[in-house]
Design a protein around this ligand. Structure first.
Ligand code: DON
Length: 575
């Protein structure tokens, strides 16, 4: 089932069924389904996921198939050469978190991106082989499948092989994605050979064939992780890395292992959040912000009111100050996660937030209360028995480091840019970070990725996540607030314009139409500095039971999916 404009045919039936209240905004209807739902950033990948569910596969099986498929049909962020996180809630209440994010190669060093004067060398951590961390995606997908899946590797990888081998017809959204990196592709012949059409950008209606990638997928299908980290593929990655000035060697590839961690959990009003622990900063920051905001009556203040926005901005400012300096790979740094998500800590921060005055970011000291002082992809899946998978994975920037090892079709990540190259300096999202996130061999860079699942009374209620660098954290937060506090339905909650504040720079980004002129005036009067911003997220969300929390089901449908209209290629689909 495909999303339709709310005011066409859907308006009539939903209205007369009385399933969605008259307070609804002008959003498309959420996509409704009875047995299973997949929301991903590329429609072909969504269809593959739905097909796996229909064939009796679990949400984990579908996630593995979608993960491989997006590596083919969404090459800007779907990947084999990157890494990510998977949050799983099983129908019986068990929950887990898989960290298959990249690790720094053994030869990495703290100052590898600095010149002799200690300045960061521009581009070194974002483009080319030295930018790449040891990829984790194939290990992650295989770990999930082996431990929690029910279907064979061959069955789950086969649809991706077919899409790579036969190619797929590019829509305008796919072409727009490729076109954004044309100049970078031209710098690397092995990349240009795949993503340019005889040196020119692809056009809508043309077919993108990736035969080398099909071969790599086939060898993973036959040999599992060894088909990627070992054999010809592993050797090709090591060879290309060495030739391109990188430092990944065979031993780095051999040593890669997935970490299975307890998720980061907290409560907000009557809901329970299950999200990403460090090395992500996402779960901690979202919980810290929710704890702060729980003390305000956002519902009464109203969505888009200057006062509600003021409290949201201040919560973001404080949580990002903590996130920026204190969080990193748990094997290397003692993350004060429990302190930061403590309700008493949040209460002290609330005491420091003035109701009528913007805070000053440079006055905020990290971890001291009261504080005085765009590319990735996410998909959400729920199956018939109610197991939910929330997975975000990435190459970091669009098309990662833009490099491919010849013969593999595998784009490599530039995840090393998520480390702090020079503690105190900003990464490409403008966020500052400290010692906790300094580079070290074998270490994982801190992430913002926040694949999240929410329950109520121990029952699955929501699955959500998004790309967007540091804006991941605030987009997930606002979607939760839109649903819980502002009582929107899932599509409205995803569509609603967003704001973003990340401590430094001390400006709040505002999407178009997020602020009415008078709200803007009130906020500026409080001292907030506001700046227009382009949409950065592509949220994928599923709600269980009804289109809105506590709402009424439409017919027999149990699942309602929302694809973010900010992306041009995604789809919510169910059966
Ligand atoms: O892990 C992280 O936080 C980043 N590498 C994510 C990058 C991202 O989301 C860019 N997307 N638009």
């Amino acid at each position: 089932m495909i999303a339709r404009p709310f005011w066409s045919l859907a308006a009539v039936c939903v209205w007369s069924l009385g399933t969605i209240s008259a307070a609804n905004a002008a959003s498309a209807r959420p996509v409704a389904a009875e047995k299973g739902m997949v929301v991903s950033a590329q429609h072909l990948a969504t269809e593959i996921g739905v097909d796996i569910l229909k064939r009796g596969g679990s949400a984990v099986d579908a996630a593995v198939a979608v993960g491989y498929a997006l590596a083919v049909v969404y090459p800007a962020a779907g990947n084999l050469g990157g890494g990510g996180f998977m949050t799983i809630l099983f129908a019986d209440g068990r929950k887990t978190f898989l960290d298959f994010r990249e690790r720094a190669p053994r030869a990495a060093s703290r100052d590898m991106y600095l010149d002799k004067d200690g300045n960061v060398i521009k581009g070194l951590s974002t483009i080319g082989w030295l930018a790449a961390g040891v990829p984790g995606t194939v290990s992650g997908l295989e770990y999930a499948r082996k431990k929690y899946g029910t279907m064979t590797r061959e069955a789950l990888i086969e649809p991706a092989i077919k899409l790579a081998e036969d190619g797929f017809i590019l829509d305008q959204g796919d072409v727009d994605m490729l076109e954004s990196a044309t100049e970078d592709f031209r710098r690397f012949p092995a990349t240009a050979a795949i993503f340019l059409n005889n040196g020119q950008p692809f056009l809508a209606g043309q077919r993108l064939v990736q035969r080398d990638l099909a071969d790599t997928l086939r060898s993973i299908g036959k040999q599992g992780v060894d088909g990627f980290y070992g054999g010809e593929t592993g050797a090709a990655i090591v060879k290309a890395s060495r030739a391109g000035g990188g430092i990944i060697d065979q031993e780095d590839l051999n040593r890669y292992t997935v970490r299975e961690l307890p998720p980061l959990e907290c409560d907000y009003r009557s809901y329970h959040l299950i999200s990403a622990p460090p090395p992500s900063s996402g779960g901690v920051a979202i919980c810290e912000m929710l704890n702060i905001l729980e003390g305000y009556s956002l519902r009464q203040l109203g969505w888009g009111s200057a006062q509600a926005l003021h409290y949201e901005i201040e919560a973001m400012r404080h949580a990002f100050a903590d996130r920026s300096g204190l969080l990193g790979d748990p094997d290397f740094t003692g993350n004060p996660s429990q302190k930061l998500i403590d309700r008493g800590y949040a209460a002290k921060i609330r005491d420091a937030i003035k109701p009528d005055k913007a805070g000053i970011s440079s006055d905020i000291a990290q971890g001291v209360a009261p504080h005085e002082g765009s590319n990735t992809t996410h998909f959400s899946i729920v199956d018939d028995v109610g197991t939910a998978v929330s997975m975000t994975y990435t190459l970091n920037d669009w098309f990662g480091a833009r490099v491919v090892a010849s013969g593999t079709g595998v784009l490599m990540n530039d995840e090393m840019d998520d480390f702090t190259p020079n503690p105190g300096a900003a990464n490409s999202y403008g966020a500052l970070s400290g010692e906790a996130n300094a580079i070290a061999p074998g270490k994982t860079p801190r992430s913002s990725m926040s694949p999240t699942i929410i329950t109520k009374d121990s029952k699955l209620a929501l699955v959500l996540g998004t790309p967007g660098g540091s804006k991941i954290i605030t987009a997930v937060l606002q979607t939760i607030l839109n649903l819980i506090d502002f009582e929107m339905n899932i599509q409205e909650a995803v569509d609603a314009p967003r704001i973003h504040q990340q401590w430094l720079p001390d400006t709040t980004n505002v999407e178009k139409y997020a602020l009415s002129p008078d709200s803007r005036k009130v906020l500026e009067g409080m001292g907030h500095r506001l700046e227009d911003s382009q949409p950065a997220n592509h949220l994928a969300a599923i709600i269980v039971g009804a289109p809105s929390l506590g709402g009424k089901a439409i017919g027999r449908n149990r699942y309602y999916g929302a694809n973010d209209p900010r992306g041009g290629t995604g789809l919510a689909g169910g059966y």
